[in-house]
Design a protein around this ligand. Structure first.
Ligand SMILES: [Zn+2]
Length: 260
């Protein structure tokens, strides 16, 4: 079996992106620039656990001179002020990976209260202009549901939200959720709103690298979870097993929900 989701393969993805002439922009740049490059890649990272992997990834990207966006959950294990600062100092954007509907058990007013507090906590250590929902396949809520139509991000001084504010008919989205870049039943909540029919699918990262090299798509948003990516063979085995177990669980959930 070929090992996927290693830092070596990630490095290849970054290098080929640069070689093919893509500019690498952050979510902040995407949402605030009136003049976007013709060809770009947004690397979006959700810091769900193991924040040390995010730092390694951030350092690797900085070596290549690119900036990406790291969305931090504010749970104890990922809320690491030093690391948050360091990642921002490497030239990356830090955002809030919110899960306040889960925290407030679906109560929208309470979710906003919690959102306000957590955002303020994170803003002590980084400039936060964009946010992104955390999708927990095991909870009944979709964290995006705290926003009304029209959203109201400006009331928090935010430019937008990674799922709700991106035009997915223009930017093609791929994510590593479920340990595949292919869309399907493993992306329980990781689905952009208003996504158009995607005419390209890739499974492994090698295929994604080939797609980048082919220059077929001019605008890409690639979500990767640094915790999934292995720095060593033993970490590979651990993460591979974790994802396999989670996927078994998701397939079970989908069966119960009649989605398969
Ligand atoms: Zn997440």
């Amino acid at each position: 079996m070929i090992r996927d989701f290693t830092f070596d393969i990630y490095e290849k993805l970054v290098a080929e992106g640069l070689d093919t002439g893509y500019e690498h922009i952050t979510m902040r740049e995407y949402l605030s620039s009136g003049n976007l490059p013709e060809k770009f890649i947004i690397h979006r990272h959700d810091v769900d656990r193991k924040p040390e992997n995010s730092l390694t990834m951030a350092q690797l990207e900085a070596e290549y001179g690119i900036s990406s966006t790291y969305y931090f959950r504010t749970i104890d294990k990922t809320f690491q002020p030093e690391m948050i600062r360091e990642i921002e100092e490497l030239g990356h954007e830090v955002g809030y990976h919110y899960e306040d509907m889960d925290r407030a058990d679906g109560n929208v007013a309470k979710a906003h209260e919690s959102f306000r507090e957590e955002l303020a906590r994170l803003r002590k250590y980084a400039t936060v202009d964009t946010v992104c929902m955390h999708g927990n396949p095991l909870t009944a809520y979709d964290n995006r549901d705290m926003w009304e139509a029209g959203c109201g991000f400006d009331k928090y001084g935010l430019l937008g939200e990674a799922y709700l504010s991106m035009d997915f008919t223009d930017v093609t989205y791929f994510s590593d959720t479920g340990r595949t870049w292919k869309d399907g039943e493993l992306k329980v909540k990781d689905n952009p709103v208003g996504e158009s029919e995607k005419y390209v699918q890739v499974d492994g990262t090698d295929e994604l690298v080939e797609l980048v090299k082919s220059d077929k798509l001019s605008k890409l948003c690639l979500l990767s979870h640094p915790n999934r990516w292995a720095r060593s063979p033993s970490e590979y085995v651990i993460e591979f097993s974790k994802d396999t177990m989670t996927n078994v669980g998701k397939r079970g959930l989908n069966l119960m929900r009649g989605q398969m």
